[in-house]
Write a protein that binds this ligand. Structure first.
Ligand code: ADP
Length: 498
């Protein structure tokens, strides 16, 4: 039977998914499995590598079985993944020597703080990697494993240990220990990769005390990553793409030219704008990162994130118990005008870009005797629009000029919020027809590698928007509402101990 499908593995923070796409980018079948989060100590977050591996193996075998599709019908496999999460394993046994340390884990905060205090170091790290010196990224997590697991450093120096982000670990397992590779997007999240020169940086490896021999070889995002072991799929499937989740979503949203932007509104929000073949260095603590690398050509992106997006609505539901389900927020917000003067600054876990105040905490301000649930729910949704505007303003100041935004994630089902977003950003908001944009992105990259598509230009035609939200608000009202938000943020920062 002729091969006519692409398989994508989407290994996320709370679940693993395997999705089969046809060559038009349509989902044919999907299988998903959630797995436990491990919180060993305050601020620590881990995953069990064996459970992750089993969930990936299970969902990808299961999806083929349920769809009645043989692996011979799969042209190529792509892997997309939660980024920065760090694993270290024994080269010979393939067993991890410690749990996966998840991107959210803050155990290396002190170490990062010490490094930030070294004059000029933050600037140097940013100029090489595009990132900020923060526990979020892999480097200090790797060092932590080497320093805290007995005998690990010695073994690493002898070349007996390997490092990988989730993509690399899954590839190692899928290929029966044959391949120790990553792609440029995942490499660009480690704090060890020079994004201008596209190589592991010796100076950074020695700064973080990480032996080069642990590091995977870095390939293009669409490349030959080897073939799966026959004990997993028979016949074997060739692996043609790997990309970090946000970068894969950028591709899945068809943001393949300079200035095109996507934003994913889930628990948090990740906004990314394609900056073409130039690294745009941020003066506002946005991250510069690799969007994708194809045929040796690197495309860059600028990224900003909001810690609390859908999570604010979860709090309204589970904490305040104002609503029974997230979608009820839309009906409540619709009942009142935008201009109710109530602002919620959802700094539950601090504020990210462009403020970067780890210790800031949330506020609700502007309450009057007639304020009620509707105003608070509206203010919670509006906070997502205002924070998005904050990020766009920072991107513009940094020299990126987005002209529209393509959105995905659970929150985009809320039409009221999407209209408010268009009004606040003052440009079109396009909601994708395909909800699985992350998996689609890596499937498309795998298709490019296997020759299904003739390069990126063909991918642009696959994107279809479901609906476009167009700005309707007057400039005057936008400015008025946004000034109120900036005032609320200032007040929140002023009452927070810095
Ligand atoms: P993640 O992938 O981060 O787990 P999802 O993309 O599945 O998140 O989105 C889930 C989030 O979206 C939840 O935090 C939920 O509160 C929010 N959400 C879902 N539907 C709506 C809605 N109609 N209006 C507002 N928020 C919503």
């Amino acid at each position: 039977m002729a091969a006519k499908y692409i398989l994508a593995i989407d290994q996320g923070t709370t679940s693993s998914r395997a999705i089969i796409f046809d060559l038009n980018g349509k989902v044919i079948a999907c299988n998903q499995q959630e797995f436990p989060q491990i919180f060993p100590s305050d601020g620590w977050v881990e995953h069990d590598p064996e459970i992750i591996w089993q969930s990936v193996k299970h969902t990808s075998q299961q999806v083929l079985e349920e769809a009645g599709i043989s692996s011979s019908e799969i042209i190529s496999l792509g892997i997309t993944n939660q980024r920065e999460t760090t694993l270290v394993w024994d080269k010979n046994t393939g067993k991890c020597i410690y749990n996966a340390i998840v991107w959210q884990d803050r155990r290396t905060s002190e170490q990062c703080k010490k490094l930030r205090n070294i004059v000029g170091l933050s600037e140097k790290v940013q100029s090489k990697t595009g990132l900020v010196l923060d526990p979020y990224f892999s480097a200090t997590k790797i060092a932590w494993v080497l320093d805290n697991v007995e005998g690990a450093r010695l073994k690493a120096e002898k070349g007996e240990l390997l490092f990988g982000t989730i993509d690399t670990f899954l590839l190692f397992r899928l290929t029966n220990s044959m391949q120790h590779l990553t792609d440029a997007t995942n490499a660009s999240r480690t704090l060890l990769f020079n994004i201008h020169e596209n190589r592991w940086d010796d100076e950074l490896l020695s700064l973080f005390n990480i032996p080069l021999q642990m590091m995977p070889e870095v390939k293009d995002s669409a490349a030959d990553f080897g073939v799966t072991d026959v004990n997993i799929f028979s016949p074997a499937i060739s692996i043609g793409a790997m990309a970090g989740d946000q970068q894969a979503a950028l591709v899945g949203q068809g943001c393949l030219s300079k200035g095109m932007m996507k934003s994913t509104y889930g628990t948090g929000c990740f906004m990314m704008v394609n900056t073409g073949d130039k690294v745009v260095q941020s003066a506002h603590q946005l991250l510069s990162t690799i969007a994708y690398r194809i045929n040796g050509q690197t495309t860059y992106a600028l990224e900003g994130s909001i810690f609390m997006a859908g999570a604010t609505i979860q709090w309204i539901r589970d904490g305040l118990k104002f609503i029974d389900c997230a979608s009820e927020s839309e009906g409540l917000a619709q009942q009142i005008a935008y201009d109710h003067q109530v602002y919620m600054v959802p700094a539950f876990t601090g504020l990210g870009a462009p403020y970067w105040h780890a210790k800031a905490r949330g506020t609700i301000s502007g309450l009057t005797r007639d304020s009620g649930i509707k105003e608070i729910v509206s203010a919670a949704l509006q906070s997502v629009g205002y924070q998005s505007r904050d990020l766009i303003m920072a991107m513009k100041k940094d020299g990126a000029h987005p002209h529209s935004i393509r959105v995905d994630g659970g929150m985009v089902a809320n039409d009221w919020l999407m209209q408010f977003l268009a009004d606040m950003l003052d440009f079109d908001v396009l909601r994708s027809r395909e909800v699985e944009t992350t998996a689609l992105g890596v499937a498309l990259l795998a298709g490019v590698h296997s020759g299904v598509y003739n390069g990126l230009d063909e991918l642009k035609n696959i994107y279809k928007s479901d609906i476009t939200f167009t700005p309707e608000m007057s400039d005057k009202q936008r400015q008025h509402l946004y000034q109120g938000w900036l005032g609320a943020v200032n007040a929140a920062l002023n009452i927070t101990e810095q």
